[in-house]
Ligand binder design. Structure first.
Ligand SMILES: NC(=O)c1ccc[n+]([C@@H]2O[C@H](COP(=O)([O-])OP(=O)(O)OC[C@H]3O[C@@H](n4cnc5c(N)ncnc54)[C@H](O)[C@@H]3O)[C@@H](O)[C@H]2O)c1
Length: 275
């Protein structure tokens, strides 16, 4: 029997929690722009009985994504995708956020969708930020969903004069992730494969800690204090959702997005977090 491979982008805490939950018994290939992150996480997991290989990959480059997929195919057949790579509004400028979080995710879903094994499953990590931004027009939603990836960054709504700041760029990128997942799920379905997204609220990870210490630190601390859960979340709780989506229990779920934010978005629209 061919080895099953989990292709995992983004060696952060959320990715690791999902890989630990779903990657046992499989070959796992973890790619990160910072090879040292991938190697460190591979060591932790290999010491715990997993079979993880670390590689350098840049989500913002199609060539780099294709190289990682080819490496994974040498290991066996790709049955799972976990995309937990990304940069946050305090970590990167507007153009980098769009290139990594928006364009890179679109390319990864497209390229893996060409080779995913029948019955395969994937999740990509979006964000509550995509839910908080006001609705776009139906035409803009469709553009984000269906424009060929190489032309996405030419869309009028993604031009510099239409993007206020890095948070707005991040919101657009995450909204695009959700739309892209919807459109890709149709293509993945032709291979009997499923793809969904998860939109976490504040999850304590190095990325979130950068936000707590960044210019919007007070905003984020207020957000989790005033959300119904009254606390930030953990990567393991995101893995609970991923487990549902990636297991047989989620067999009827594809092209969907799941918000896991302790109720922060609800509070933002209809509660004490309302601006
Ligand atoms: N932590 C949160 O509160 C939170 C909330 C909502 C969404 N998210 C999303 O979850 C995902 C994972 O974040 P995390 O909190 O686990 O962060 P993390 O910082 O623990 O991990 C992110 C990883 O992505 C890698 N990365 C960055 N740019 C890359 C690129 N171009 N190519 C390949 N790898 C790259 C980083 O080096 C890092 O190892 C991100 O997409 C983030 O936007 C996080």
């Amino acid at each position: 029997m061919k080895q099953q491979v989990m292709l995992w982008a983004g060696a952060g805490q959320i990715g690791m929690a999902i890989a630990r939950r779903m990657g046992y018994g499989k070959k796992i290939l973890v790619g990160d722009k910072k090879l040292e992150n991938a190697q460190a996480i591979a060591k932790i997991m290999n010491d715990a009985g997993y079979d993880v290989t670390a590689t350098e990959m840049d989500l913002s480059s199609r060539e780099s994504i294709q190289k990682m997929i080819a490496q994974a195919q040498e290991m066996g057949e790709i049955t799972m995708l976990v995309n937990a790579a990304g940069v946050s509004p305090s970590q990167a400028p507007i153009q980098a956020i769009l290139k990594v979080d928006l364009y890179g995710t679109a390319v990864l879903l497209e390229e893996v969708g060409k080779v995913i094994a029948p019955g395969g499953v994937g999740v990509t990590i979006s964000s509550q930020s995509g839910h908080r931004m006001p609705a776009l027009t139906p035409e803009e939603d469709e553009q984000l969903a269906c424009t060929p990836a190489e032309h996405l960054l030419e869309l009028p709504l993604l031009q510099p004069e239409n993007i206020r700041d890095t948070l707005h760029a991040y919101q657009l990128a995450k909204r695009c992730n959700e739309k892209r997942v919807m459109a890709e799920s149709v293509k993945w379905g032709e291979r009997s494969a499923r793809i969904n997204s998860i939109s976490p609220g504040i999850i304590v990870t190095p990325l979130a800690i950068d936000e707590f210490n960044g210019p919007r630190g007070d905003f984020y601390k207020n957000m989790f204090a005033k959300c119904p859960a009254g606390r930030p979340g953990t990567a393991d709780e995101v893995a609970n959702v991923a487990e549902l989506l990636m297991s047989d229990k989620g067999a009827f779920i594809t092209g969907a997005d799941f918000l896991i934010d302790g109720g922060a978005t609800a509070s933002y629209f209809y509660g004490p977090l309302k601006p």
